[in-house]
Ligand binder design. Structure first.
Ligand code: ZN
Ligand code: ZN
Length: 260
């Protein structure tokens, strides 16, 4: 008996009838990739590796005292105590926490080795005030390592049964979460980062209807790294096309209009 996409059981985002990206107005997509529809996994495959760039871009949003900005070393002094600094830092912390938490689960289930330790815990790193050096620069390395494990194994992540984890950070009480919830959480983290970075990052709106869901919401982000293919994607359902495929589609529309 085929089942519906598990995303449909979540609270839908504002203005939508279902949290499933394959919702067609009457029913959600079928669970074909573990408990999820194919689109949820495809969107995650596209978005989750972007979390590394999100982390780096969010870093630029955090105001630093001038002395710190110059030598690049985190000093003991706190940054400006304003919400502006808090929001990107909190999102960065959540990205690191969620990725490393599920990296550990996937490692355990796929029989991979344990992640390397952070180096020796020196005797003076045992108290609350002198923690082991989890420096900001290390967040990038941790995310890179977690992504190397997770990005090629997102379908495996989606199939992980309920596991007790701290959902968003070490302050959270442990609660049962499914791997498919984690996969959707990771996609959402990228969307949140993108909206937080929206003021500095350019997204081009392109003409045309999505061939998947019919929405008039085709977009293309500016390149974020060398060799970024900058695929065209649908803002609603997340389907994506290479620039070439989009250009061909536009040509078809144009010649179709001429013929009509
Ligand atoms: Zn779905
Ligand atoms: Zn679409």
């Amino acid at each position: 008996m085929p089942e519906f996409c598990a995303a449909h059981t979540l609270t839908p985002p504002a203005g939508r009838d279902s949290a499933c990206r394959e919702w067609d107005g009457a029913q959600p997509g079928w669970a074909v990739a573990g408990p999820l529809c194919e689109t949820e996994v495809r969107v995650a495959v596209r978005d989750v590796p972007m979390l590394l760039w999100d982390l780096l871009d969010l870093e630029q949003q955090i105001p630093r005292p001038l002395s710190q900005a110059l030598d690049g070393q985190p000093s003991g002094k706190p940054g400006p105590p304003i919400p502006l600094a808090l929001a990107p830092e909190a999102l960065q912390a959540e990205i690191v926490h969620v990725l490393t938490t599920w990296e550990a689960e996937v490692r355990a289930r796929c029989g991979l080795s344990e992640p390397p330790e952070r180096g020796p815990n020196l005797p003076w790193h045992t108290t609350v005030s002198k923690r082991p050096p989890l420096a900001r620069v290390r967040a990038g390395a941790a995310v890179q390592r977690a992504l190397a494990v997770l990005a090629p194994r997102l379908p495996e992540l989606a199939r992980i049964p309920a596991t007790a984890v701290q959902a968003t950070g070490v302050e959270d009480p442990p609660e049962d979460m499914f791997g498919w919830e984690a996969l959707l959480h990771l996609s959402r983290l990228h969307a949140r980062a993108r909206s937080m970075l929206g003021r500095t990052r350019r997204t081009e709106r392109l003409p045309g209807d999505c061939s998947g869901c019919g929405a008039y919401d085709l977009r293309r982000d500016e390149p974020r790294f060398e060799g970024d293919p900058c695929d065209v994607y649908c803002g609603q359902c997340g389907r994506q096309w290479s620039r070439d495929a989009y250009d061909q589609y536009v040509m078809l529309c144009v010649t179709g209009m001429v013929a009509a």
